[in-house]
Design a protein around this ligand. Structure first.
Ligand SMILES: [Mg+2]
Length: 407
């Protein structure tokens, strides 16, 4: 898994994707003459609900997207790999373990550890064997950016013992044993992420804690959210990271020239990728016909909902409370669609993604005349339409399901 895989492409830029499944899909899209398109999904409570809940919807989504050569890029806070021989054994499963169990498909690209590590799927053409390689180029970029992990961990370690603010909310590391061995000079499974937990019944207090951490690390990204595994709703997680999910995706989108980015999420650490615009100034060729689609899935926390709704530039404010989508045309000709569930909707996670795609298509079709001359987008709409038709069909290809879900 750790072997090097570094190539240079025509522009001298390094292409760690050479020969990967993601690159194959991009080439397939080029051959169909559709604008490059990718789906960027948070995993838990977005693409995948717990246990059997809506598992069939997730699987169908994975299979139909794969058959349409539209890659799903998973973006999650969970690590890719957990060393089960280590002393400290987390109760949750790693992405790798979940793929092995058939709980998740073989996504073409996976960002783990809240976007700080990138894993690329490769399929051996001769044997059909699939394996993930960690993207060393991406890793190097984060190293070059500078993330003083030792300094952060030792500072927090001190504050945990002496700071009243920290003690009041019982701030602690998520992996206390790992952080101790890290401070003693050993490797960490999360080189670009420092994570803690704290407890409070007050959301104001939680916000205060977030602000405090952000003040300590003004150049880093601090995300805080409520831990869904604790039913008392008093446990918060906190991440200190060199980048956010938006910044993680930005680079991939730039590199491949992805015009249509369909993003979905539910939690505080998904905010950036739903809200932020990709700055395509360096790639003016990508602006015409570009569409940003943000789907805030049903089941998202109220605080996240409110914050995202407030942050997104909503053209028709009157529709905010009842409407499920907003569409804006940005100054640079890009279109932006924001979809979320209404208060009465019962849709959750993957159901909202499917619905968001339907709304996008309906809007796109309605605006088709205005987009005259943009034939390539028209071809994409046909692809998405076919995808939605397949999603509606209860019988779909089990062979394809086997290919992306089974070992
Ligand atoms: Mg989530």
């Amino acid at each position: 898994m750790e072997q090097d895989r570094i190539y240079e492409n025509r522009d001298g830029q390094i292409n760690p994707f050479r020969g990967s499944e993601f690159e194959r899909m991009m080439i397939a899209q080029d051959q169909l003459n559709i604008p490059r398109t990718a789906l960027f999904f948070d995993i838990d409570k977005t693409f995948r609900m717990k246990g059997d809940v809506l598992n069939d919807v997730s699987r169908k989504l994975a299979v139909t997207a794969w058959e349409a050569n539209i890659p799903i890029v998973a973006v999650t806070g969970v690590p890719f790999h957990i060393d089960r021989t280590a002393e400290f054994n987390p109760v949750f499963n790693s992405v790798e373990e979940r793929i092995a169990k058939g709980d998740l498909p073989y996504f073409p690209v996976i960002y783990t550890d809240a976007g700080t590590r990138r894993w690329i799927l490769n399929i051996d053409q001769a044997t059909g064997k699939r394996h993930y390689l960690e993207d060393k180029v991406y890793k190097q970029k984060l190293i070059d950016q500078g993330f003083e992990r030792t300094e952060i961990v030792s500072q927090l370690n001190t504050l945990i013992n002496v700071s009243e603010d920290f003690k009041k909310v019982n701030f602690r590391f998520q992996r206390p044993e790992d952080e101790q061995t890290f401070l003693n000079g050993q490797e960490t499974p999360e080189p670009f992420k420092v994570s803690g937990y704290f407890n409070t019944a007050s959301s104001d207090q939680a916000l205060k804690m977030q602000n405090l951490l952000q003040q300590m690390y003004p150049n880093l990204r601090v995300a805080v959210g409520i831990d869904m595994n604790d039913s008392s709703n008093t446990t918060y997680w906190a991440d200190i990271l060199p980048i956010d999910k938006h910044e993680a995706l930005y680079e991939l989108r730039q590199f491949f020239g992805i015009k249509i980015a369909i993003r979905a999420g539910d939690s505080p650490n998904d905010k950036s990728m739903l809200i932020e615009d990709v700055n395509l100034k360096d790639r003016p060729d990508l602006l015409k016909g570009a569409v940003d689609i943000a789907i805030l899935v049903g089941g998202a926390e109220n605080s996240v909902k409110e914050e995202i709704e407030n942050a997104i530039d909503i053209s028709n404010k009157g529709k905010r409370k009842t409407g499920s989508y907003e569409i804006t045309t940005l100054e640079d000709e890009r279109k932006k669609l924001f979809y979320r569930e209404t208060a009465h909707s019962k849709r959750l996670g993957p159901e909202s993604i499917v619905r968001g795609l339907q709304i996008f298509l309906r809007k796109a079709r309605r605006d088709q005349s205005k987009d005259a001359g943009n034939e390539n987008n028209e071809k994409l709409y046909a692809v998405i339409e076919a995808l939605i038709e397949k999603l509606k069909n209860p019988r779909y290809s089990l062979d394809a399901e086997k290919k992306i879900y089974e070992k």
